[in-house]
Design a protein around this ligand. Structure first.
Ligand code: DGP
Length: 124
């Protein structure tokens, strides 16, 4: 069983940890034991959701073997959010920015769900 939401797994100076703890408000669209999803404060598509685990891990590079379940749970959450928001028919894009070149700005791993309009054929 992997670790989930325990206070010692959250960071005091991380914006997403503060959202997880409820210290900063967010427009939440989904929550379960492992992850939370909310509308991006700076949307780049009509639908722009941030999905993030309830544990402070900087990026995909930080996952340990015994945390593998969280990665699967994030994927399941993404699919559930897509269904709930009615994106499963039209489609959506899932993006993870990892590190400097990808311009990751919040060092707490998260996936962007982008939808609500046709996107370009190129990812970047
Ligand atoms: P990235 O650049 O991949 O690290 O994406 C971070 C995203 O997080 C960016 O699109 C803006 C969003 N974001 C940052 N701070 C907040 C916040 O306080 N609330 C919400 N809802 N989104 C935030």
């Amino acid at each position: 069983m992997c670790k989930t939401h325990e206070n010692e797994t959250l960071s005091d100076d991380c914006i997403f940890c503060k959202i997880i703890k409820g210290d900063i408000p967010s427009d939440k669209v989904y929550e379960d034991r492992y992850c939370i999803a909310f509308r991006d404060i700076n949307p780049q598509m009509p639908v722009h959701i941030v999905v993030t685990p309830k544990i402070h891990i900087e990026s995909v590079l930080g996952f340990k073997e015994d945390q593998a379940e969280i990665l699967g749970r994030l994927q399941l959450a993404i699919a559930e959010i897509a269904r709930r928001l009615g994106l499963d028919g039209s489609g959506f894009r899932v993006v993870n920015n990892c590190g400097k070149d990808a311009k990751q700005s919040v060092p707490h791993i998260h996936y962007h769900i982008l939808a609500g309009g046709e996107m370009g054929e190129r990812i970047v």
